[in-house]
Design a protein around this ligand. Structure first.
Ligand SMILES: Nc1nc2c(ncn2[C@@H]2O[C@H](COP(=O)(O)OP(=O)(O)O)[C@@H](O)[C@H]2O)c(=O)[nH]1
Ligand SMILES: [Mg+2]
Length: 332
C-alpha cells in the first residue's frame, strides 16, 4: 500500500465509510509483517485526530446477558444522537464456535442501525493480539466519529484485565444469585467494577435479583473503588424486557461527568497510554526475534542439543538473548 492509498483510506475512515473502516480493522488484526507496517503508519496518523469519545467495558461471566444488555443499552444511547461501536473480546468464542453468531443475533436491532458498528473479535487470535488490535480498532472507530465505544468482554482470566486497561468505565454485569460467585472467581471482577449491574431481574428471578443486589452492596463496602470519590453503585435490570436500562445509562453518564470534572478521565487515559507503551515495547522486541531467521535457526539447533547439555534452560535463554543483542550491536 502506498502513502497515497493510506491517505485515501484515512479520508474515507473520517467520512465513516464502512468498508474502509472494516478494511482498516482487518489490517490492524493482521499478523503479516507488511500489514503490520502499514497498520502502524495508519494508526500513527489517526491517533493525532481529536477525540471526544467514551470507552465502556461491559464485562461479566458467559451467559450473564452482556450482548442482550448492549442491545438494550444501545437503544437508550441512540436516543441521544450518539454513534456506537461495539467490539467483542471473547476468548470463549473460539472454543464454543457459534458464540459470535449468537452475539450478532442478540444485537439485531443495533446491527441494523446505521449509527452502529459491530465487530466481533477475530477467532483464533491469542489474547495479546486481541488486546493490541482491539486498541487500534478503537482508534480507527473513534477517528470515524464513533463517540461511544462498548467493549464486550468475558470476565474470565486475562480478558477482563485487558479490557480494564483500555476503557474509561468498567461495568460488570452479573446473574442473580451471588452466593458462590462472591467467594469464587467472580470476586476479582467485582473488585475491578465501577458500576455493578444484576441482570435478569424479571419473572421468577426478580426476588433473587433483589437480594443479590444487597449482597453485592455489602461486599463492596469492604472494597476500595478505583475512581476517587465514586461509590460503586449496584443496580438491577432486565436486558430482555428492557427494564432499568435507562437508569443504567443515566448512571454511566453521571460517572462520565464525574470523571471529566475531576480530571480523572484524562489522567486515567494517560496512565493507560504509559502501560501501553511498555506492552508495545515488549511486543516489538518479540516481533524482532520471531522475524529474525538467523536467530530462529540458532534456536532450533540449541533445542536439539538441549538434552545433551548440562545447562539450565534459563542460562541457555540468557545466552541466546545475549547473542541476539550482540548481533544487533554489530549491525548498528
Ligand atoms: N430472563 C432473562 N434472560 C436474559 C436476560 N438477558 C439475557 N438473557 C438470556 O441469557 C442468555 C445469554 O444472553 P447473552 O446476551 O448471549 O449473554 P452473554 O454471553 O453475556 O453475552 C440468552 O438466552 C438470553 O436470552 C434478562 O434480562 N432476563
Ligand atoms: Mg455475548
Amino acid at each position: 500500500m502506498k502513502h497515497q492509498e493510506i491517505k485515501d483510506l484515512i479520508e474515507k475512515i473520517k467520512y465513516q465509510d464502512r468498508k474502509a473502516i472494516a478494511n482498516a480493522i482487518t489490517l490492524v488484526e493482521s499478523k503479516k509483517e507488511e500489514d503490520r507496517k502499514i497498520a502502524e503508519l495508519l494508526i500513527n496518523q489517526l491517533s493525532s485526530i481529536d477525540k471526544k469519545s467514551i470507552r465502556i467495558a461491559i464485562s461479566g461471566p458467559p451467559g450473564a446477558g452482556k450482548s442482550t444488555f448492549i442491545e438494550a443499552l444501545g437503544s437508550e444511547i441512540l436516543k441521544e444522537n450518539r454513534n456506537i461501536a461495539v467490539l467483542a473480546i471473547d476468548p470463549t468464542s473460539t472454543i464454543t464456535g457459534g458464540s459470535i453468531l449468537g452475539d450478532k443475533t442478540r444485537m439485531e436491532k443495533l446491527s441494523r442501525n446505521e449509527n452502529v458498528f459491530i465487530r466481533p473479535s477475530p477467532s483464533g487470535m491469542n489474547l495479546g493480539g486481541v488486546n493490541r488490535s482491539t486498541r487500534e480498532s478503537m482508534i480507527i472507530l473513534e477517528s470515524a466519529g464513533f463517540d461511544t465505544i462498548l467493549i464486550e468482554t468475558v470476565g474470565v482470566g486475562q480478558a477482563e484485565t485487558e479490557a480494564f486497561e483500555m476503557t474509561d468505565i468498567f461495568l460488570v454485569l452479573l446473574n442473580p444469585g451471588a452466593g458462590d460467585e462472591l467467594q469464587g472467581i467472580k470476586r476479582g471482577i467485582i473488585e475491578l467494577s465501577d458500576i455493578l449491574v444484576v441482570n435478569k431481574s424479571d419473572g421468577n428471578l426478580e426476588a433473587s435479583s433483589r437480594s443479590t443486589v444487597l449482597d453485592y452492596k455489602n461486599a463492596l463496602k469492604l472494597l476500595k473503588p478505583r475512581i476517587k470519590n465514586w461509590r460503586v453503585p449496584v443496580l438491577s435490570c432486565s436486558a430482555l424486557e428492557e427494564k432499568g436500562i435507562d437508569l443504567c445509562w443515566e448512571t454511566i453518564n453521571q460517572l462520565i461527568q464525574h470523571l471529566r470534572e475531576t480530571g480523572q478521565l484524562i489522567t486515567n487515559r494517560e496512565q493507560q497510554k504509559e502501560l501501553w507503551l511498555v506492552k508495545a515495547t515488549k511486543e516489538k522486541f518479540l516481533e524482532q526475534i520471531e522475524n529474525d531467521v538467523e536467530f530462529q535457526n540458532e534456536l532450533e539447533i540449541i533445542k536439539e542439543t538441549l538434552s545433551d547439555k548440562d545447562k539450565s534452560v534459563k542460562t541457555e535463554a540468557s545466552n541466546i538473548i545475549e547473542r541476539f543483542l550482540n548481533k544487533l550491536r554489530r549491525h548498528k
